[in-house]
Design a protein around this ligand. Structure first.
Ligand code: ZN
Ligand code: ZN
Ligand code: ZN
Length: 415
């Protein structure tokens, strides 16, 4: 298939992986391979007011929808542009008030159904893969996932019936399963969750734990850039998961969410596993517990867990890092900047070791740390950390990305 805007790329059948994306030309590190506008997308509820619902621009002083007072826009053009999607929720939010509570998956699915009604031809997001062609893995769903899908279908009918003509139950079951394994989450430069979307052409890429591309977002457009040299004929691989964790954990996650086991170089050699799981003494590792407690107590619990874990694990152990990352998040929430900084300092070195050379997790950690330093008037350390973030982001996001420009300006302001 030859299509405009996908120069140097082709869809093919990847041995053992089903369909995939392959290069037909040479790409060097930092080159843009693919740019894909969202087929459908939704801003997460907690980011309302900070970002435009239509174009995801982040700025102050957005204007709100006069009717529901919940959606915010850059201007009238963005509001008009968004109406075909926002009308699915605007009056329903007024009617249900605090009881309006569809999940983000449900919200996104409603938008896909609306879009499918409007868009009868192949969209600009589907040059290589159609939404209709998404894998659903219906047969592989366990009972819990099946029940979740049925709950989502009930929520769709409950919150969206006024403005949507639904396909039949079987088709809805397929669609929700498709959204679950092909949906993307959009994150900002510090990896905070901004929303959910489908980018069909981007979803064509298979997974590897040593990916040769990274996906970033410019508003509601997904961009795919090379983070390794790519030769003609090579398959394009992105990572579907957080690459911090050891091989077994990564594959548990891949099987649970995407129904396959990875056979990449990293999974075959397990080269980084030993470093990732370093222990200092023998003992039974305590399980990191999932807990729901107020943030002030959460920090205490994190500290307690870190203390207990610290007697067994090295500070570079990924489970220690996982816990320190949580603790840093709580510190940021509590505006305990010194606490956040000291966790960030412990995390960053092992992070750079465990993650691939170009990693958004590493870049965002340098960025958070750099901004903390600057806030605490540690100017030269701040600039140094921001420059480390920039070095990764200029490749992953591209030199002309607005995040890159913003960070450069933050550095400039210090001079
Ligand atoms: Zn806008
Ligand atoms: Zn509204
Ligand atoms: Zn792998």
């Amino acid at each position: 298939m030859k299509t405009e805007g996908t120069d140097g790329l082709e869809r093919f059948t990847s041995p053992g992986k089903g369909r995939g994306l392959r290069s037909t030309k040479h790409f060097k590190v930092g080159d843009l391979l693919l740019s894909c506008p969202a087929y459908a997308y939704v801003l997460t509820v907690s980011e309302r007011g900070g970002h435009c619902e239509f174009c995801f621009t982040r700025k102050e002083g957005l204007s709100k929808c006069g009717k529901c007072k919940k959606a915010f826009y850059c201007n009238v053009d963005c509001q008009k542009g968004d109406w075909s999607m926002h009308k699915l929720e605007c009056s329903a939010m007024c009617a249900y008030g605090d009881n309006w509570s569809p999940s983000e998956t449900v919200r996104l699915t409603a938008r896909i159904i609306a879009k499918q009604k409007m868009q009868t031809e192949r969209s600009a997001s589907e040059k290589l893969l159609l939404v209709r062609e998404f894998e659903a893995h219906l047969k592989e769903l366990d009972n819990e996932k099946r029940e979740m899908n049925q709950t989502d279908i009930a929520a769709l009918h409950y919150f969206y019936s006024k403005h949507l003509d639904f396909p039949d139950h079987a088709a809805l079951t397929v669609l929700l399963a498709q959204v679950n394994c092909n949906g993307f989450t959009i994150e900002d430069e510090e990896l905070s969750h901004l929303g959910s979307a489908v980018f069909p052409d981007v979803a064509l890429m298979n997974h590897s734990c040593c990916p040769n591309v990274i996906v970033t977002y410019k508003g509601i457009i997904a961009e795919v850039r090379a983070v390794q040299e790519i030769c003609p004929g090579e398959e394009i691989f992105t990572s579907y998961i957080d690459l911090l964790y050891p091989t077994e954990d990564r594959n548990d996650r891949l099987r649970d969410s995407y129904f396959f086991t990875c056979d990449c170089r990293e999974c075959a050699t397990k080269a980084k596993d030993k470093e990732k799981m370093k222990v200092c003494k023998l003992g039974t590792p305590p399980e990191p517990e999932a807990i729901q407690v107020p943030p002030s107590e959460l920090l205490e619990m994190c500290e307690l867990s870190l203390d207990r874990m610290g007697s067994i694990f090295e500070d570079t152990n990924v489970y220690m890092l996982h816990m320190m990352y949580q603790a840093m998040g709580v510190c940021l929430y509590l505006e305990d900047w010194d606490g956040a900084m000291s966790y960030g300092e412990k995390i960053i070195k092992p992070y750079s070791m465990h993650y691939p050379a170009y990693s958004l997790n590493v870049a965002s950690m340098y960025l958070k740390l750099g901004r903390l330093y600057l806030g605490l008037e540690k100017k030269s350390m701040g600039i140094k950390a921001l420059k480390k973030a920039l070095a990764i982001m200029e490749v992953a996001h591209g030199k002309d990305h607005h995040y890159v420009a913003e960070i450069k300006q933050e550095i400039e302001l210090q001079k």
